[in-house]
Design a protein around this ligand. Structure first.
Ligand SMILES: Nc1ncnc2c1ncn2[C@@H]1O[C@H](COP(=O)(O)OP(=O)(O)O)[C@@H](O)[C@H]1O
Ligand SMILES: [Mg+2]
Length: 289
């Protein structure tokens, strides 16, 4: 193992990550398959439904090192591999993390938000790496090949597609297995909230009642992810009343919020809002000069 491979980390296991049985079974099959030849897996689903966590959990489960690349931030071709740099009036080529990572056997390469790349050409070079060739010629680096047992995971938010030209989209997509993640059912989400934040099951039920009201809102259903229900639960675990936790976690219109708060009040008898009071925001031991 070279020095670079030694620096890479296997992510820590999340003891409270829940997955649909069928998904787990098929991911296991894909993992086996990756022992034969490198494979690509695309994970789709709503924002905050657990895509990135699933990639981490996979790497942890199989004790594979993992590296994440924010593909959504790329703006030009070549950016993944390296860049010409200037130093003391001389140009030189600086190789980036990506060509090193794909040469580490068994590495999990997470391509985050593959649909969001600012410039479709930025993904061009990925194309050869993900194709059967599994290698790419980079003038400055020579032939860069993908090591055995490497798995590429791409994650993509629901509703958005690859941003490149149509042909490339299709060809790129063609190279991936696909796992479509759904939000888990309420009883599982409840267990996630309780086990991850330490709040009581009855508080978790209160949160999910409100959240499902918003999700099921007839006029304007609001997409509230597990990330958001977790945020609410975490504030509550820090002592916030349900009302505050909701207000400070969700970004929804005041109108909807008002009627929601009314129903929280009715349901839980949560305290009324106190009149606004302002104070100096300074540490308690601060002595004014
Ligand atoms: N199935 C799940 N089990 C446990 N926690 C989950 C699950 N899905 C999502 N979470 C939690 O919700 C948050 C958002 O998940 P994340 O993987 O970042 O979502 P995405 O990448 O789909 O936007 C994380 O804190 C994650 O731990
Ligand atoms: Mg993500």
């Amino acid at each position: 193992m070279d020095d670079f491979a030694k620096q890479l980390k296997v992510p820590p296991l999340d003891p409270n990550y829940f997955i649909l049985d069928e998904d787990r079974i098929n991911i296991d099959r894909m993992a086996k398959l990756s022992d034969k030849h490198p494979i690509n897996i695309l994970i789709t689903g709503h924002q905050g439904c657990g895509k990135s966590s699933l990639v981490r959990q996979f790497a942890s489960y199989y004790q594979r090192p993992m590296v994440t690349f924010q593909v959504g931030l790329l703006s030009e071709a070549g950016q993944l591999f390296g860049q010409q740099r200037l130093k003391d009036g001389e140009t030189f080529y600086q190789s980036f993390l990506f060509p090193k990572a794909i040469r580490v056997p068994g590495c999990v390469i997470h391509l985050e938000e593959i649909n969001r790349s600012e410039n479709p050409h930025a993904l061009n070079e990925l194309f050869s790496v993900l194709s059967e060739e599994r290698s790419i010629w980079i003038d400055e680096l020579g032939m860069v090949g993908v090591a055995p047992r490497v798995i590429f995971f791409a994650t993509m938010n629901e509703g958005v597609e690859f941003s490149g030209t149509d042909e490339m989209d299709a060809a790129l997509k063609d190279r991936f297995y696909r796992i479509h993640l759904q939000y888990p059912p309420v009883n599982v989400e409840k267990e996630i909230l309780v086990s991850k934040t330490g709040i009581t099951p009855s508080l978790a039920t209160d949160i999910l009642n409100i959240v499902s009201k918003l999700r099921g809102n007839k006029q304007t259903p609001i997409d509230i992810s597990i990330r958001h229900s977790l945020m609410i639960a975490e504030l509550i675990a820090m002592g916030a009343p349900l009302r505050d936790a909701v207000i400070y976690s969700l970004q929804i219109s005041m109108d909807i919020l008002e009627s929601l708060l009314l129903s929280i009040h009715v349901e839980t008898g949560d305290t009324e809002v106190e009149p606004h009071r302002y104070e100096r925001y300074v540490p308690p031991d601060y002595i004014p000069s």
